[in-house]
Design a protein around this ligand. Structure first.
Ligand SMILES: [Zn+2]
Ligand SMILES: [Zn+2]
Length: 265
């Protein structure tokens, strides 16, 4: 592994629920999952259905960070092959006050009758921890900020070798939070931003906890960040629709995320 590289792989970028049909061949239908690799470490941002086909062999145990526990962000855990590999260690970090309480919340879904077994019953070793405000995974420094979403959601900033990426999923801005987000994103090389709705759709879905590409552009410009990756595509947004929105943005520094794409920072 090239230790100077800092790379993002989009494994799933659909919001709310996975979709499979011909109209999602370009942008993909798997839900939120992004793999970040730097300094020999692997960090997954969320564990949506995109995790199911993620790489599962690494030099060092991967760390899965969950922004929040909505189903579209945890859907892939149960079928991630690494969890079933005897001797394979995976660290799962989630919001919560104590590791026990956090694990209990996850076990409310991954338990019979909703799922055949608990995640801790798999053959691999799953270590559950809560996410501190600021911490390191190897040489990757990770900072967090409280986002704005029903039931709350964390925003992450990952820094490595002087470069940084900000992950803003499931986020609905208000003036105060957006101001804090601009400071938090200052000078980032890449911002991933929730652009589930068009401005017209947003007017009808206020309070649902999502945002627009236009607000993402505002964040890009005000924070002085380099590039914007628009994420959390609405299940009803077809390839044709997302390509149209992308064209209308008329920016070389912003595009809608495509499942399978890799971005080097
Ligand atoms: Zn979501
Ligand atoms: Zn959510």
């Amino acid at each position: 592994m090239d230790h100077s590289a800092f790379r993002l792989t989009v494994l799933g970028t659909r919001g709310s629920i996975p979709v499979t049909n011909k109209a999602c061949a370009v942008f993909g239908g798997s839900t939120s999952c992004y793999m970040v690799q730097a300094g020999g470490e692997t960090v997954f941002l969320d564990a949506g259905s995109g995790l199911v086909f993620a790489p599962d062999t690494f030099d060092r145990p991967p760390v899965i960070l969950l922004s929040h526990l909505h189903l579209d962000h945890i859907l892939g855990l149960g079928m991630y092959p690494r969890l079933s590999e005897e001797g394979a260690v995976t660290k799962l970090m989630l919001p919560g006050t104590s590791p026990m309480a956090a694990a209990r919340r996850l076990a409310a879904v991954y338990t019979p009758p909703f799922w055949p077994l608990l995640l801790t019953d798999y053959a691999g070793t799953l270590i559950t921890e809560t996410i501190p405000w600021s911490f390191f995974v190897g040489d990757i420094e990770i900072k967090t900020m409280m986002g704005r979403h029903p039931g709350s959601c964390l925003v992450f900033r990952l820094c490595y070798g002087g470069r940084s990426l900000v992950y803003v999923t499931d986020y609905e801005p208000d003036a105060r939070s957006f101001k804090a987000l601009i400071s938090f994103s200052r000078g980032a090389d890449l911002i991933l931003y929730d652009a589930q709705y068009t401005p017209a759709e947003y007017e009808k879905r206020k309070g649902f906890g999502h945002s627009t590409a236009e607000k993402g552009i505002e964040l890009l410009e005000k924070s002085g960040a380099e590039r914007l990756l628009l994420i959390h595509h609405d299940p009803h947004a077809t390839d044709e629709e997302l390509l149209r929105r992308e064209r209308e943005l008329m920016r070389d520094d912003a595009h809608y995320a495509r499942e399978g794409e890799e971005i080097s920072l």
